[in-house]
Design a protein around this ligand. Structure first.
Ligand code: TYC
Length: 102
């Protein structure tokens, strides 16, 4: 209202504002050519999954077209995508991996 108190309406900082950094989903995409065992190996190797977890996620991708392999900070997600894309290319498989903001 008026400025009898002389504060000019400037809001006081009450809570410390510590915004958490955004997280990114790393997605594995289906294709018609990459062998199922290769995808399972990728999920074990780069996402720390057990064989059973990796097999289950691979089947989800195979049936639904895409699944989330993990959720990471921007830098870690970028690294995972690069590692998977490089590994797939080196083995001449068309497997695609990408990331998106959660
Ligand atoms: N669709 C592939 C096949 O039938 C298997 C596959 C699963 C490929 C998951 C990619 O991300 C993938 N051989």
């Amino acid at each position: 209202g008026d400025d009898d108190d002389g504060d000019f309406g400037v809001k006081l900082d009450v809570r410390p504002k510590t915004k958490r950094p955004p997280l990114y989903k790393v997605l594995i995409l289906n294709d018609d050519y990459t062998p199922m065992e290769f995808v399972v190996h990728v999920l074990e190797r780069f996402f720390g999954m057990t064989h059973a977890q990796a097999f289950e996620l691979m089947l989800t991708v195979h049936k639904k077209g895409v699944a989330v392999a993990g959720v990471f900070s921007h830098e870690i997600a970028e690294t995972k995508v690069a590692q998977v894309m490089d590994f797939a290319q080196r083995h001449q498989h068309p497997l695609q991996c990408t990331m998106e903001k959660e």
